[in-house]
Structure formats: structure tokens, C-alpha cells
Design a protein around this ligand. Structure first.
Ligand SMILES: Cc1ncc(COP(=O)(O)O)c(C=O)c1O
Length: 369
């Protein structure tokens, strides 16, 4: 099988898997236990948290370990809403992950006003419009850093500055950006990321929450790494996440160069096929390659590709596959493109041979339409 769905999940790096197992088996004691083995686990956890904090350039106390980016997004949105129940306006976007939309819909049902920041003609947040939308009732601006489907990199740092000019807090989901592009959290109050998108294990993620930002935890009972999320600390998983981030930093340039070359290679091959329209644009990270195939229905197309040994998706893995692509529609305003789009995601592990196979199978598929 050829895997081209790295934005849905990455295979764990063997070095990270080894780290996970060695920490989990050696430091198995509960880090909250007041005995020598518990203290050793705590020491290892403190090191992991420091390393994660260094990666994001924040303080260790600003790192909240969660089980998933879904949990981080829910904690950020609902935790803040619980803290400030009188502020009822939130600004978000049509490009958000299902977990962010889900948390906002939950609030919407209890009388919140959720507004969508419009996009400019290149699929990026319209910051002039955003500036006008924020009012004294705005609890939060939450905008994704990279659209999960088209890969369009969003101006989150500038958006955060605008939110702060109005005294409003800013959250961003950087899950699809970590390890793939640079970012600066200086002006960002909260940020969500997940280990399994960066060659780490599933089941561990982070919510970065700046020290000054108050939040009501969603999970109570039992001390963990921080007061913001209870449960026994996941010693091995957190060490593995810290290591995956460190490797992604150390190998950043070489991984990015490889993906840039692969993206250019694929674009060159596919641009010769007239039935294919590219939805990703010059702002997209090279890891995400979104295209629409004229006359194709993704439910059928994906089955064809899968039967021919190719694994990729039509949308973000958490959206209903039968619906239009939210992102492609928001960016192109074209229902046909949004109903026939595919998301191919590339990695430094991808090879040009794999891409040649992809192009060959796509050409054969077009003949079936
Ligand atoms: C932007 C974004 N946010 C959140 C998630 C959810 O991540 P997790 O699987 O860690 O809950 C994903 C994964 O699909 C994602 O792409």
C-alpha cells in the first residue's frame, strides 16, 4: 500500500516508539507517588515538559498535556466559556477542525453568538473584517493556523495581535503546522497540537495556555502535570511526544526540503492532466496537496484508489465524507470543486516512485469516469 494521508496521522518514528517503551517500562511508577520510584517518574516527566515547553518557546507551567487535539480544543473553548459566562460572542472560521466546530456548536445551543471570519480571495483570513467584528462582548477569537484540507497557512500571528488590540483572547489550532512550518506563539494565548501528526504516538497532545489566561478545567479529580487537567501522568507517551518534537526540530530543514521537492514533482506531473484542478495555492504548506477531479465523486474515487493500493482522503479524517468539503467550498465558493476534492498529504518519507504510481492510477481512474 502507498500511504499519502500523513495529515490524518503519521506513522510513529521508530526512535520515538523506542523512547516511549523505554520510559514507560523503566519509569512505570505514578509520578504523584511519594516514594523514590514516583519521584524518578516525576523527574522524567519534568524533563519531558521542559523539552515540550522549549519547543513551543513557552514556560513549563504553560504546557497542559491532554489525550488529543480534540480534547485540547474542547478544553480551550469550553474552559474559557465556563470562566467568563457573561461574554457570549466568539469569532471563528469555516476552516476549523470538527472538534473546534463541535465545541462551538455546543455553546451555540446555549445562547452564544458564533461568527465566522471571512476569507480573502486567496483563502486567508480577512484581517480587516476581523478587526471590525471584535466587540467588548467577544470572549475569544479562535482561528486555525493551517487549513487541514488545502494546507493554506493562515496569518495567525497578525490575527492574534488584532484580537489583543481589542483586549480579546486568541486561540489557534496549530496541529497541522507543527513540524511543517515555523510559528511564533508570543502573542497567542492558547494553542492546540497533537503528537500523532508529527511522528509521535496517538493518545497524547498539548494545549499551550499562557500563564495569565484563566481556564476552568474540564476534567476534575486527581492531580496531574497541571491543575488544568486531571489524570495519572502518561510518563512514556509524554516523553515520546517531547522526543518527536525534538526530532522534528533537528530535522526540520531536511524534511521540508524533501517535501518541497516532492510537491513540485507531483504538481508538475498532475498539471498536465486537464481534468484536475488544484485547490491548494501559493500559501499552502507543501505537505498538503488538494485537488478536484472533474466529474468525480470522492466516495467512489477513494474506493477506486484504495483498491489500487493508494491511501489518501477527500477531506479531513473527522469530517463526514458524504458532505461537501467545507474548506474547498469556503475558499473556492464552487460547489462542484468542493464535491469532487481529494487531499493528498506528503511526508519526507514519501518517494517519487510512490508519486509516479499515484499519477498512473489517477490517469486510469479518469478513463473510468
Ligand atoms: C487541525 C486539527 N485539529 C485537531 C485534530 C484532532 O487531533 P487528535 O486526533 O489528536 O484529536 C486534527 C486531526 O485530524 C487536526 O487536523
Amino acid at each position: 500500500m502507498i500511504y499519502l494521508d500523513y495529515s490524518a496521522s503519521t506513522p510513529i518514528d521508530q526512535r520515538v516508539a523506542d523512547k516511549w517503551m523505554s520510559v514507560e517500562t523503566t519509569y512505570f511508577a505514578n509520578a504523584n507517588s511519594d516514594h523514590v520510584l514516583g519521584r524518578e517518574s516525576k523527574r522524567i516527566n519534568d524533563e519531558s515538559i521542559r523539552s515540550i515547553a522549549d519547543y513551543f518557546k513557552v514556560l513549563p507551567k504553560e504546557v497542559i498535556i491532554t489525550s488529543s487535539a480534540v480534547e485540547s480544543n474542547n478544553t480551550a473553548i469550553k474552559g474559557l466559556a465556563l470562566k467568563y459566562p457573561l461574554k457570549r460572542h466568539i469569532i471563528s472560521s469555516a476552516l476549523e477542525h470538527a472538534s473546534l466546530i463541535g465545541a462551538l456548536s455546543f455553546l451555540d445551543a446555549s445562547d452564544y453568538k458564533i461568527e465566522t471570519c471571512p476569507l480573502d480571495e486567496e483563502g486567508r483570513f480577512d484581517l480587516v473584517a476581523l478587526d471590525k467584528m471584535i466587540s467588548s462582548d467577544t470572549l475569544l477569537v479562535t482561528l486555525i493556523a493551517v487549513d487541514s484540507e488545502t494546507g493554506i497557512r493562515q496569518p495567525i500571528e497578525e490575527a492574534a495581535k488584532i484580537a489583543h488590540q481589542h483586549g480579546t483572547l486568541f486561540h489557534t489550532d496549530i496541529t497541522q503546522l507543527v513540524g511543517k512550518g515555523h510559528f511564533d506563539l508570543t502573542d497567542i494565548d492558547m494553542a492546540t497540537a497533537s503528537a500523532h501528526k508529527v511522528y509521535g504516538p496517538k493518545g497524547v497532545a498539548v494545549l499551550i495556555k499562557k500563564a495569565k489566561v484563566p481556564l476552568i478545567p474540564l476534567l476534575h479529580g486527581g492531580h496531574s502535570f497541571t491543575p488544568y487537567r486531571a489524570s495519572t501522568p502518561q510518563n512514556g507517551l509524554v516523553a515520546a511526544y517531547a522526543y518527536a518534537l525534538k526530532l522534528s526540530d533537528l530535522e526540520f530543514d531536511e524534511r521540508l526540503l524533501k517535501v518541497n521537492q516532492l510537491n513540485a514533482y507531483l504538481k508538475d506531473k498532475l498539471s498536465q492532466i486537464p481534468e484536475i484542478h488544484f485547490n491548494s495555492n501559493k500559501h499552502s504548506i507543501p505537505h498538503l496537496f488538494n485537488l478536484s477531479i472533474k466529474g468525480s465523486r470522492p466516495e467512489e474515487g477513494l474506493a477506486y484508489f484504495s483498491n489500487h493500493g493508494l491511501c489518501f482522503s477527500s477531506k479531513s479524517a473527522c469530517s463526514g465524507q458524504e458532505e461537501l468539503s467545507n474548506s474547498v467550498y469556503a475558499i473556492t465558493k464552487d460547489e462542484k470543486l468542493a464535491a469532487s476534492s481529494y487531499r493528498i498529504s506528503l511526508s519526507h518519507l514519501t518517494t517519487t516512485d510512490e508519486l509516479d504510481t499515484l499519477v498512473g492510477v489517477m490517469k486510469a481512474y479518469l478513463k473510468t469516469l
